[in-house]
Write a protein that binds this ligand. Structure first.
Ligand code: PEP
Ligand code: MG
Length: 591
């Protein structure tokens, strides 16, 4: 959707990360190969075939180097998860030998008298078309491999490898069809000023990552790529969900004023950093931070969070071909714990799967590991117990340096927690045998409540868990059957649906009955509109993106808990999400 405003072009999308960013467009290429294509003469054929051969050799050498690096890691860390990556590389190397792809491209240069890049592209398209026509899952996966190898060959031919996102120039606005959470985790907020994409929902991990990095973001802006080109000026308004291409002076002035207002408000709120979050009737609430990457720690300290309530550990180990060793994870966790200066740190074991992929971990599980209903979170970790045990050993070693809790993502059954606890005990025994210091009492092991079945069985889960962290993002997605990353159903995603609120209430009540701590760490915890409701439902611990914390704290300072309890009861009697929304707004306005 695009509208003209004065003389600048405005495109609407979902404002998923607040603030306004103005910069130069850097278009992120998607998977499609965009290759130069031209005719050659008969006498140029041998030279062109030689160019192809050189590119094939270079690509094969590059793969072999990666392969031996993976092997080195395998030997030094006994990390068997790099096996899959090795197999994949072997398959790529094989495809670069005298394969159908290479032979086909060489023949096309001679037969069709076209340049090497175009010949590779044509052969890739032909092979993929044949594979697709066979409707076979195995061949469908091979199509991806063929495309990947074709892309590498073309890159070697044109010498224009895709520029990594981490090296874009200062002042760039990243524009793409879609950014994965792993892409977003590569962005350097000192260089990138905002993000705009055609695809993506408001609760996606890409949105969460943008907030964590403090980058204004608009996702789900349909038609965006057709209206822009690299080098254009662009303004991304994450508050209003608008993108302005080549903004006029008038627009720029207006937005600059709003940006200054933002900064002033942030400064004012940050003055609350040293103040405790105590309600008007004297109840202290623990406000903690959700953290994905170490670079967020400066912000965590600035807003005065009471520790880390959710470390999404998978983000620290994305964008790499193999999984991290025990030592590497230990160092990463220890550094975060030390920077938390004694405040509690809740480390969630890797929540890979769904749209958060890890090359070294998910290879053998195919589509199940990229499905939100498949091998995700603790399910994937339990399918690779050696990976979970390595992560537990790293966390246990780091726990000697501070107050640590361990959290399991995507728990559905009691047996998952029991098995994870056994693996934790085994990890501790191994460390004892190696004489490595770990705390005498093992860290508490908690469960994320983010699957409706887990919420409904929370009485049973409370018996085997030391604490609960309610993940309202996934709980909303799974309860309402709405993909949190799909912009087309974003308007239906609503954590205020009575089905979701009842599950939260149920899980909180079960935790309170079992006398175990319970927090909420989904996005609902960082939205001040819902703070009264959260406290009214009995929550005393909230964990959120650090930038949201000051506004939630301000709300708590103005809040009366007795009134919040009464209002929560009234909300829970409602059936209609619209009525619930209206009631909450009425309460908030009345304060
Ligand atoms: C959640 O689902 O609410 C949650 C906190 O986990 P994540 O957003 O990482 O899936
Ligand atoms: Mg979740």
């Amino acid at each position: 959707m695009s509208e003209e405003r004065a003389s600048d072009r405005v495109i609407a999308g979902l404002g998923v990360s607040p603030g306004i960013g103005i910069g130069t467009i850097h278009v992120r290429e998607s998977g499609a190969l965009d290759v130069p294509e031209y005719s050659i003469t008969g006498s140029q054929v041998p030279d062109e075939q030689k160019r192809l051969k050189n590119a094939v050799d270079r690509a094969r050498r590059q793969m072999a180097r990666l392969r031996s690096k993976a092997r080195g890691r395998l030997n030094t860390t006994a990390n068997l998860t790099s096996n899959e990556f090795g197999y994949l590389l072997d398959a790529y190397i094989h495809m670069l030998k005298d394969s159908r792809l290479v032979r086909g491209a060489r023949d096309r240069i001679a037969d069709d008298r076209i340049n090497a890049e175009a010949a590779v592209q044509a052969e890739v398209v032909a092979i993929v078309r044949e594979f697709d026509a066979m409707h076979d899952a195995y061949l469908a996966a091979r199509s991806e491999d063929i495309r990947e190898v074709g892309k590498r060959l073309v890159n070697h031919l044109t010498k224009a490898s895709v520029r990594p996102l981490s090296t874009v120039p200062k002042g760039s606005v990243i524009v793409a069809e879609e950014l994965t959470p792993a892409d977003t985790a590569q962005l350097d907020p000192r260089k990138v000023v905002a993000i705009a994409t055609q695809v993506g929902g408001a609760q996606s991990h890409t949105a969460i990552m943008a907030q964590a990095l403090g980058l204004p973001a608009v996702l789900g802006a349909s038609g965006l790529l057709a209206t822009i080109k690299s080098g254009d000026q662009i303004l991304v308004d994450g508050d209003m969900g608008q993108i302005v291409v080549n903004p006029t002076e008038q627009s720029l002035e207006l937005f600059q004023r709003r940006r200054n207002d933002h900064l002033r408000e942030k400064k004012r709120l940050n003055r609350l950093a040293k103040q405790r979050a105590v309600t008007r009737d004297g109840v202290e609430i623990s406000l903690q931070a959700n953290v994905e990457l170490p670079l967020e720690m400066a912000n965590v300290a600035q807003v005065g969070a009471n520790g880390i309530g959710l470390l999404r550990s998978e983000f620290m180990f994305m964008n790499r071909p193999t999984m991290p060793s025990e030592d590497e994870q230990f160092e990463a966790f220890r550094s975060l714990i030390e920077r938390s200066e004694g405040a509690p740190v809740t480390i969630r074991t890797a929540d890979f799967g769904g749209n958060k992929s890890a090359a070294g971990l998910v290879g053998e599980f195919g589509e199940s590991a990229s499905s939100t209903l498949g091998l995700r979170g603790v399910r994937l970790s339990l399918a690779r117990p050696e990976f979970l045990e390595t992560q537990f050993r790293a966390i246990l070693r780091a726990a000697a340096y501070g107050d640590v809790r361990i959290l399991l993502p995507m728990v559905t059954t009691v047996s998952e927690v029991r098995t994870a606890r056994e693996i934790l005990a085994r990890a501790a025994r191994r460390l004892h045998r190696r004489n490595i210091p770990i705390p005498i009492a093992l860290p508490p092991l908690g469960s994320m409540i983010e699957v409706p079945g887990a919420a409904l069985a929370s009485d049973a889960l409370a018996q085997v868990s030391d604490f609960f962290a309610i993940g309202s993002n996934d709980l909303t997605m799974y309860t309402l059957a709405i993909d949190r990353g799909d912009e087309r159903v974003a308007h239906l995603y609503n954590p205020l649906h009575p089905g979701v609120l009842r599950l939260i209430q149920f899980a909180v009540a079960a935790a309170l009955r079992a006398r175990i701590p319970v927090s909420v760490c989904g996005e609902i915890a960082g939205d001040p509109r819902y703070t009264g409701l959260m406290l009214g439902l009995g929550l005393r611990e909230l964990s959120m993106t650090a930038t949201n914390l000051p506004r939630v704290k301000k709300c708590i300072l103005d809040l009366n808990l007795v009134a919040a309890n009464r209002r929560a009861q009234m909300v829970m009697e409602q059936m209609d999400p619209m009525r619930i929304q209206a009631l909450i707004e009425e309460f908030n306005e009345g304060d």
